[in-house]
Design a protein around this ligand. Structure first.
Ligand SMILES: Nc1ncnc2c1ncn2[C@@H]1O[C@H](COP(=O)(O)OP(=O)(O)O)[C@@H](O)[C@H]1O
Ligand SMILES: [Mg+2]
Length: 364
């Protein structure tokens, strides 16, 4: 089995897994200074875009392609390449297709999609000027595209809205949900979908603190919220997107209104994956490899499901005890350190809350 991976930045997360399965690895990357270029069997530096990876896939006669791209902008090119390469050359590309990317890469289209399929999302308006506002304060102002909290502002007054419009000509304006933030990963391949356990990412704040900067826990334990509802809703969204790969979804739960709201979908490797793996043993990136190898199966995932308490803490720079090889895996570790220098996070797991607390004390 020979696989082409596109993008090296996340490759160290799965290098150990690819090796353990005796898969021959070919990787394309556009930045010759990028990390992890020493890990795959063969590396090709190609221009940005999907032409280079496609040529390498054909020349190297790979069995399948696994894009490992953790940011939004290239996803649409990947999706077009997927459709072309699958149709014309019969090489599977484990990624979301054009329709799924178009529906999820723009927050406005995503909300229309939720409405179409009957999934509740916070009330919203598209504003092209502040005086069109009809929703009550506080409201959340967003742009169609963006990740990591980019271009998002919580407005408590008309002043705030006007200030936002000094920078932008329009806004997606959403009702502010007071409550819990939840993420969940769904894996999908060839019409089969599995929703992994939901993760708790903290409470929403009027400052709009992004979950990237909060302590998170798995599995999600929020009073009044049934995790089955989250999993069922996520499954329904993924099934309607009808595509392949990883679907990471953000939800919010308002205890006051006893309502679950769908916020957004990311069709790519994402920051929730370490906590998902810590919590249930399933690693979404490894599953992409399984999909490519023709070994992805729902019953196999059910057989491997584990149940742990886990937490993820932003720590800046990790200075705790050494991590065992493979360092990005819970195979030999009860914690994993990830993220760039200065923004590292540690994800730890244990079989009880007490043990988890003790472990965390040891680590930070
Ligand atoms: N309707 C809302 N109510 C309360 N907080 C919100 C709302 N929408 C977004 N936020 C806050 O802003 C963060 C980022 O919003 P999101 O739509 O997920 O964009 P991004 O793609 O940048 O993650 C959320 O995780 C949450 O903390
Ligand atoms: Mg988000």
């Amino acid at each position: 089995m020979k696989l082409l991976f596109i993008g090296s930045r996340l490759y160290d997360d799965i290098d150990w897994y690819v090796r353990s399965k005796n898969i021959e690895s070919v990787l394309t990357e556009s930045n010759e200074e990028a990390i992890n270029l020493d890990l795959p069997d063969q590396v090709f530096i190609v221009p940005r875009g999907m032409d280079g990876p496609k040529q390498v896939a054909l020349m190297q006669k790979v069995d399948a392609i696994v894009p490992l791209i953790g940011i939004d902008p290239p996803l649409i090119d990947v999706a077009h390449m997927k459709e072309e390469v699958e149709e014309e050359y019969g090489i599977p590309v484990v990624a979301a297709g054009v329709r799924a990317v178009e529906l999820t890469s723009n927050k406005i289209r995503t909300k229309e999609f939720y409405n179409d399929i009957g999934v509740v999302t916070p009330n919203y308006q598209i504003l092209s000027s502040p005086d069109e506002l009809e929703l009550e304060f506080p409201v959340v102002l967003k742009q169609g595209e963006g990740q990591g909290g980019k271009d998002i502002k919580i407005a408590r007054s008309m002043e705030d809205v006007k200030e936002y419009f000094e920078k932008f000509d329009d806004a997606l304006c959403e009702e502010f949900i007071e409550g819990s933030e939840i993420s969940i990963e769904v894996l999908g391949f060839k019409g089969e979908y599995v929703a992994l356990p939901p993760i708790y990412k903290g409470e929403t704040t009027l400052e709009g603190t992004h979950p990237l900067n909060k302590v998170k826990t798995g599995p999600c334990m929020v009073d009044g919220l049934d995790n089955n509802l989250v999993q069922h809703t996520a499954y329904k969204v993924a099934k309607n997107l009808a595509s392949d790969g990883i679907f990471e979804m953000d939800f919010m739960y308002s205890a006051k209104k006893d309502q679950l709201y769908a916020i957004e979908v990311n069709t790519r490797p994402n920051g929730t994956r370490y906590l998902t793996t810590a919590t249930c043993g399933i690693n979404s990136l490894c599953e992409l490899v399984n999909m490519a190898a023709g070994e992805f199966s729902l019953s196999d995932i059910s057989d491997r499901l584990e149940y742990h308490y886990s937490t993820e803490i932003p720590i800046g720079d990790y200075e705790g005890p050494d991590v065992k090889e493979p360092v990005k895996s819970f195979q030999a570790n009860d914690f994993v350190v990830h993220g760039p220098a200065g923004y590292q996070r540690v994800t730890a797991r244990a079989d009880s809350k007490e043990e988890l607390e003790k472990l965390v004390e040891k680590l930070i």
